[in-house]
Design a protein around this ligand. Structure first.
Ligand code: HSE
Length: 296
């Protein structure tokens, strides 16, 4: 019997496109028990859409590790209880990939170290900024080199985070397809200057600095136009704290003082409702733990 938990994540954090991500205190919990065949059951978020073991990322990632080491996947009864919303920009696909790789690595006696797991996870996802914090916890900077992913992780103090998602069909693939291939030097410098300042602000819990520098010119201006009630939600959230699209969206992440979190959550929801758009929300905080085994 193996039980693991894997966190939601928020990537980019404004200017840190494809290289910066934060683990959140919101979890999928997955158990693995010996069985005669592969049985996969899902409860919680979006259970019906995730129930097919032939197509879901968790079982495919699990299988990939077994194949890599020339092993046959044994019969397993897998039960996932999910809290992470899918297609929302809070790292549900990264969580599934990391859960599958991590579980297989545990079941096979840990043939890969963390860097090995991160490399494989980043190859599957295509960018490291969600899988890295899902694996390692905390705030993670990751750079994909030709044969490895270089990473640094930092533990954060407690911060209050509001996540709000305008309800719409939106995938990371769509959110990437609309981005330009070429950017101006001005826009590149805009992001280069702000990314280390975002890291510094988060590490020191400096919400005022974060509010000043969590802007972006590489992805948000292009994506916001496609997100239902996106401009309204973004500018409302910014009245309360530093705000960014979470990953490729459509969720927003807003860092607020703890005592205003509930007020901010309601105001952002109201702003979206006023545009005739449904929305959902939650209040969370950073998690300094990544994927881990749950000891019963
Ligand atoms: N960095 C990725 C993107 C994250 O913005 O497309 C996707 O969740």
């Amino acid at each position: 019997m193996l039980k693991i938990r894997v966190p939601a994540t928020s990537a980019n954090l404004g200017p840190g496109f494809d290289c910066l991500g934060l683990a959140l205190d919101l979890w999928n919990e997955i158990s693995f028990e010996p069985a005669d065949e592969l049985i996969y059951a899902v409860t919680g978020e979006n259970a019906p859409q995730l129930a097919n073991p032939a197509t879901n990322l968790l079982t495919r990632s699990l299988l990939q590790v077994y194949q890599r080491y020339g092993k046959r996947l044994p019969g397993l009864r897998i039960h996932a209880h999910n809290q992470i919303w899918i297609n929302s920009g809070i790292g549900s696909s990264a969580a599934s990939i990391v859960a599958g790789l991590f579980a297989a690595n545990e079941l096979l006696g840990q043939p890969m170290d963390l860097s090995g797991l991160l490399r494989v996870a980043s190859e599957i996802e295509g960018h490291p900024d969600n899988v890295a914090p899902a694996l390692l916890g905390g705030l993670v900077i990751a750079a994909m080199l030709p044969h490895e992913v270089i990473w640094r992780r930092y533990e954060l103090t407690d911060l209050s985070i509001v996540i709000v998602k305008p309800e719409m069909e939106w995938t990371t693939a769509q959110g990437r397809a609309i981005l330009p291939d070429v950017y101006s030097r001005t826009d590149a410098v805009f992001n280069i200057a702000r990314t280390p300042l975002v890291i510094d602000a988060l590490r020191r819990g400096d919400l005022d600095l974060l509010q000043q520098v969590m802007d972006d010119r590489l992805h948000q201006p292009y994506r916001l136009k496609h997100i239902l009630a996106g401009e309204k939600a973004y500018w409302t959230a910014r009245k309360f704290g530093a705000t960014a699209l979470s990953g490729a969206g459509p969720s927003f992440i807003c860092f607020v003082p703890a005592h205003t979190a509930e007020i901010a959550r309601r105001a952002i929801l109201e702003a979206i409702y006023e545009e005739g758009v449904q929305a959902r929300s939650l209040i969370t905080r950073p998690s300094n733990r990544g994927v881990h085994v749950v000891k019963e």
